[in-house]
Design a protein around this ligand. Structure first.
Ligand code: ADE
Ligand code: ZN
Ligand code: ZN
Length: 269
């Protein structure tokens, strides 16, 4: 996602934290963030140049298939290093945060762990962050978004959200977030618990999130969006509900993961 997508996911998440998790997040955030996780959720994108090792952690790619296989698909395509994709990184930063409050805490910079985890749980819900390797998750597919030349990945990171906020919410991102939060209770209420829970008693289940994303990428993102396509009203109207759902799921799951991490820590102290 771009700035708005990450801000939305983290705003939804922070509002759903348990008291214990909210306290830990407050303590881990830099003072300058004024206890606003959302204001820091794009930080990992802003340090991609300073931390070249982190670039591959934002996504995973399949060999142009519509299913995700972790053993096959989770690696840094440049170096071939296994586990260095968004799925492995979510597991890794979750495990680091479990050290919060213990005497091994200083081994890690847990502020960075929190910011990476919060950002990457957002990214893994962007369907094209688990897209095809041959087109770099839609980055090499040049398309037109209404009158503008862009690429398919950018359409899903930014353009659809920006058009939606402008058209339906008077360019007010806060109104957009409020509308998603209303949908969470009024429309998706019965499914929220399923989204929160992992099938086993894992703290996070990134393979599930990645599998959903590649399925949505095939069914919605790549469909009718070949190189050179002009994407406009029909594509917009049929895809923005998918994006709203993925942003909601990202926020709900980030909160559930942080609640499990910090509530667990309370019992193991
Ligand atoms: N961003 C940069 N490279 C990417 C890729 N291969 N897949 C998804 N997002 C990316
Ligand atoms: Zn992206
Ligand atoms: Zn990212």
């Amino acid at each position: 996602w771009g700035e708005e997508g990450h801000y939305t996911v983290c705003k939804i998440a922070q509002a759903r934290l348990s008291n214990i998790a909210a306290e830990a997040v407050k303590e881990l955030l830099p003072k300058s963030a004024e206890n606003d996780l959302a204001s820091m959720c794009s930080w990992p994108d802003n340090v991609r140049k300073q931390f070249p090792w982190s670039a591959s952690l934002h996504f995973a790619n399949t060999p142009d298939t519509c299913n995700y296989q972790n053993e096959r698909d989770c690696m840094d395509a440049r170096t071939g290093a296994k586990g260095r994709c968004v799925v492995g990184a979510i597991t890794n930063y979750t495990n680091q945060l479990l050290h919060y409050g213990s005497n091994t805490e200083s081994t890690y910079n847990l502020t960075e762990s929190l910011l990476f985890l919060s950002h990457l749980v957002g990214d893994i819900h962007q369907p094209l962050h688990c897209g095809f390797l041959s087109d770099k998750g839609g980055n090499t597919i040049i398309v037109q978004w209404f009158a503008n030349k862009t690429n398919l990945h950018q359409v899903w990171d930014n353009s659809i959200i920006e058009s939606e906020v402008e058209r339906f919410y008077n360019s007010d991102l806060g109104e957009f977030i409020d509308a998603i939060q209303t949908n969470i209770t009024k429309v998706w209420g019965t499914q929220v618990e399923e989204w929160e829970n992992c099938s086993s008693d894992d703290i996070a289940c990134p393979i599930t999130y990645a599998s959903e994303s590649i399925e949505d990428a095939c069914k919605w993102a790549y469909k009718d969006a070949a190189e050179g396509s002009v994407l406009q009203d029909e594509y917009f109207q049929t895809r923005f509900p998918i994006i709203n759902l993925r942003l909601a799921q990202g926020g709900i799951r980030l909160a559930a993961i942080l609640n499990r991490i910090f509530d667990k820590h309370q019992y193991t102290m």
